[in-house]
Design a protein around this ligand. Structure first.
Ligand SMILES: Nc1ncnc2c1ncn2[C@@H]1O[C@H](COP(=O)(O)OP(=O)(O)OP(=O)(O)O)[C@@H](O)[C@H]1O
Length: 257
């Protein structure tokens, strides 16, 4: 069975805060079933780009489309409803809920649930949601702490709960803002395996922002580099990471550090 490919496309996006340009003329596409990597130095505008795509900020130029439909101008709620979900660089979870409750709370309720519940006396989707949420926690090595209150867990595990919540929305497109930052090194392969599975098995489209170039190298087919408010390289991941200008202006700095 072949599934139709969808695209989240940014065309000539420009953003400015108080007269200062953050970025200009940024164009790229994220396709379902693929991971697109985005790298760039601190302050390059990567998180702002996510905020523009998600409707937190209105760009001063350019547009974002979900297939042929314009996304720019829609509310953040409407953008989530259309299937675009994002994670944050910092941790945004319900601190007093357990890890499992946090993930379950992000899952959509199914239509007809109320009728089913009335007729059969229990919520059918509750069991399914719980199983799916536990599966996600397990993939991120969090199964053992599923019943623990989120605020009692270390930062890295809270970050993974937040990632699981973003995924649990079921959104077709995921914008992941530095999911590996602050996470213990031995858990990072769990993140890369999960991202790969989401793209390959679930045909989700993923924009992956990361400073950890090894993570990008492991999962992204395409990549682009934001630097000085411009895209300085864009194309196949290997080609971008081997680009002379990218090595000189960005990667050189990381590897020298
Ligand atoms: N709401 C805002 N108002 C004014 N300036 C902002 C705002 N948000 C971000 N900026 C500025 O925009 C620029 C880009 O910030 P942004 O956080 O998008 O960069 P980044 O590439 O995600 O950086 P990092 O890798 O450190 O997370 C920075 O100079 C930042 O100070």
């Amino acid at each position: 069975m072949t599934s139709r490919t969808s695209s989240l496309t940014a065309t000539n996006l420009s953003m400015r805060f108080g007269g200062v340009d953050v970025f200009s003329d940024i164009s790229f596409a994220v396709r379902t079933g693929h991971v697109t990597g985005c790298i760039g130095p601190n302050g390059a505008g990567k998180s702002t780009l996510v905020n523009v795509i998600c409707g937190v900020y209105c760009p001063v130029g350019g547009q974002v489309f979900l297939d042929e439909r314009l996304l720019t101008g829609a509310s953040t709620v409407e953008i989530v409803r259309r299937g675009v979900s994002r994670s944050f660089q910092d941790v945004r979870i319900f601190p007093t809920l357990t890890a499992l409750e946090n993930v379950q709370a992000a899952m959509p309720t199914r239509h007809g649930e109320e009728v089913y519940s009335f007729l059969f006396g229990y919520q059918a989707s509750e069991r399914t949601n719980r199983a799916v949420a536990m599966g996600l926690l397990d993939e991120l090595s969090l199964a053992d702490v599923a019943g623990r209150t989120a605020q009692d867990l270390p930062f890295g595990q809270q970050k993974l709960i937040a990632l699981a919540r973003t995924i649990a929305t079921g959104a077709q497109f995921l914008l992941l803002d530095e999911p590996a930052a602050g996470v213990e090194l031995d858990l990072i392969p769990r993140i890369t395996a999960l991202v790969q599975r989401l793209a390959q098995q679930e045909q989700r489209g993923i924009l992956l922002i990361e400073h950890n170039v090894d993570v990008i190298r492991a999962v992204a087919e395409d990549a682009f580099v934001l630097q000085g408010g411009r895209v300085i390289a864009h194309g196949g991941c290997q080609q971008v990471l081997n680009d002379e200008r990218v090595i000189k202006e960005y990667l050189g700095r990381i590897y020298d550090a």
